[in-house]
Design a protein around this ligand. Structure first.
Ligand SMILES: *Cc1c(COP(=O)(O)O)cnc(C)c1O
Length: 238
C-alpha cells in the first residue's frame, strides 16, 4: 500500500478530478463526497483516511471489515464510520447490522426482511442504500431494474430501516457509453421514486476510480474510490 505522503498526494489529485468533473457540468464539487474504499488494505488505510479528515470508509466484506474495525479501535481512526459496499448474504445480515453505519448493498426483499429483523432486535434504525443493477450486468449483484420499485415499497414499510438513496456499479464491459447509461438510469430512477413516493432519496452512490467523471456528470453524490487513493489491490477480492 502507499504511504501517507503518497496518499495525501493521491487525495489532492482526486480532489482535482472531482473539481474538474463538477466544473464541466456546473455542479458544486462540495456536493460530491468521497468514500475511501479500504478493502484488502491493512488498517493503516483507515488511519490515513481519518488523518485526512474522512468520517467514513467503505469495505466490501463483512468479516474483513469487522476485523479491521477491531484493529482501528486502538488507533486515531477509532471514531470511523463504516459503509458496506459489497454483496451481503442474508446469513451475514446480523453481523452487518451490528457493525455497519450504512449498508449500501441492500438488493432484495428477503435481505430487507432480515436487516429489519436484526435491527429491531438491537434497537437500531439501519441506514441503507438500495443497490440497483442499473447497467443490467449479468455479473453484478443489485436488484434488477424491474425489481427496484417493489424493493423500495418493501423497504419503506420497515420500521427499522431508513433508506437514503440508491447505489450502482457500472458494467465492466468495454462499451464506452455503458457506464454513463447505467448512471443516468440510476439518477432517473431516483428522481422518479422521489416524485411518485413522496420520499427523499438524497444519496446517489456511483462512480469509482475509472468512471467517476461520468458518474459526477450524471449526478453522483458519493464516489467510492479505492485504487486511485491507495494503489493496486494485491489479493483477490472474491
Ligand atoms: C472496490 C470497490 C470500489 C472501489 O473501486 P476502485 O476501482 O478501486 O476505485 C467501489 N465500489 C465498490 C462496490 C467496490 O467493491
Amino acid at each position: 500500500m502507499v504511504d501517507f505522503r503518497q496518499f495525501e498526494q493521491n487525495l489532492q489529485a482526486l480532489r482535482g478530478r472531482v473539481a474538474a468533473a463538477a466544473a464541466a457540468c456546473g455542479r458544486d464539487p462540495k456536493d460530491v463526497k468521497i468514500l475511501p474504499v479500504t478493502k484488502t488494505h491493512p488498517v493503516d488505510a483507515v488511519v490515513f483516511a481519518a488523518r485526512a479528515g474522512f468520517a467514513s470508509v467503505g469495505e466490501n466484506k463483512v468479516q474483513e471489515a469487522v476485523q479491521k474495525m477491531a484493529q482501528a479501535e486502538s488507533t486515531t481512526a477509532s471514531g470511523m464510520h463504516w459503509e458496506l459496499i459489497g454483496h451481503l448474504q442474508s446469513n451475514k445480515a446480523k453481523k452487518a447490522v451490528e457493525h455497519f453505519d450504512r449498508i449500501q448493498s441492500l438488493d432484495s426483499v428477503k435481505l430487507a426482511d432480515k436487516i429489519d429483523f436484526e435491527a429491531k432486535k438491537i434497537g437500531k434504525i439501519q441506514r441503507v442504500l438500495l443497490q440497483i443493477n442499473s447497467g443490467r450486468d449479468p455479473a453484478k449483484f443489485g436488484a434488477e431494474i424491474e425489481e427496484a420499485e417493489p424493493l423500495l415499497e418493501a423497504v419503506l414499510s420497515k420500521q427499522n430501516i431508513a433508506v437514503e438513496g440508491l447505489m450502482a456499479i457500472a458494467p465492466l464491459d468495454e462499451a464506452p457509453d455503458s457506464a454513463r447509461r447505467a448512471f443516468d438510469t440510476l439518477r432517473t430512477m431516483r428522481d422518479d421514486f422521489q416524485a411518485r413516493f413522496g420520499v427523499s432519496l438524497p444519496e446517489l452512490s456511483m462512480g469509482m476510480t475509472s468512471d467517476l467523471e461520468c458518474a459526477i456528470e450524471a449526478g453522483s453524490t458519493m464516489i467510492r474510490v479505492g485504487t486511485f487513493l491507495y494503489g493496486q489491490r494485491f489479493y483477490p477480492e472474491k
